[in-house]
Design a protein around this ligand. Structure first.
Ligand code: DX5
Ligand code: ZN
Length: 213
């Protein structure tokens, strides 16, 4: 069964607190995970809240971090400190090997995110060491962008390799593309703006309806 993971991308503490409280109130997510985006304004042209903000607004969901940053290794300690259980950083960033090892040494799950333009083969040297591959279906940095349809080809190719990793997708998932995404073979789906626009429970229900149609 595919898993839907709600996403938070916040550039201010107020926005973060608002989105946390909205997800927290949604009955669907009591036992689930939340995907929290971090940005350094270098790897992507946007800057997010810093990890210490997370501790100020507790959330009863398992937390995965998606640092869209040039030096993910420098972020690991602060993410561990505020209770993240999984860190998914970018294959296009620096220090990939060291970062994988360090995250694992801290007892967390580790994943690699891959941008649309990056060849899948880049993952090969690391695949045996990671738990998750996150295929980006937008250019990272902002919520509410258009869906990059070729990301589905990447998912199908990844799936055909039969690597022992879970495959996720991140970016612009909506009711009009989620069925195709599930059919491509993902294990989990990150959804931001589609859920946060309007009533979260209703929006999530709509996604499940389309998946189960
Ligand atoms: C984009 C982030 C995504 C984003 C998803 O840079 O990595 O996780 O929050 O939001 P939507 O679903 O609006 O693309
Ligand atoms: Zn993300």
């Amino acid at each position: 069964m595919v898993q839907i993971i709600p996403a938070i991308l916040s550039t201010s503490e107020d926005d973060y607190a608002r989105d946390v409280s909205r997800y927290q109130k949604s009955s669907f997510f009591q036992e689930g995970w939340v995907h929290i985006d971090f940005m350094d304004n270098i790897f992507v042209p946007n800057k997010s809240i810093e990890p210490p903000v997370i501790a100020k607004h507790p959330i009863n969901l398992h937390k995965e971090a998606h640092p869209m940053v040039l030096h993910p290794l420098q972020w690991v300690d602060s993410l561990v400190k505020v209770g993240f259980e999984r860190i998914i950083f970018h294959i296009e960033a620096a220090d990939t090997s060291e970062c994988i090892e360090y995250i694992k040494s801290q007892g967390l799950e580790v994943g690699l995110a891959i941008n649309n333009k990056t060849p899948m083969e880049k993952l090969t040297p690391f695949i045996a060491k990671i738990d998750v591959v996150l295929v980006m279906s937008i250019i990272p940095g902002f919520q509410g962008q258009p869906f990059i349809h070729e990301s589905l080809d990447k998912i199908r190719k990844l799936k055909s390799k039969e690597w022992k990793v879970r495959i996720g997708i991140d970016g612009a998932v909506k009711d009009d593309n989620i069925r195709e995404i599930v059919d491509a073979g993902v294990d989990f789906i990150t959804v931001g703006s589609y859920l946060l626009k309007g009533d979260i429970d209703e929006n999530l229900e709509k996604l499940w309806e389309v998946i189960n149609e």
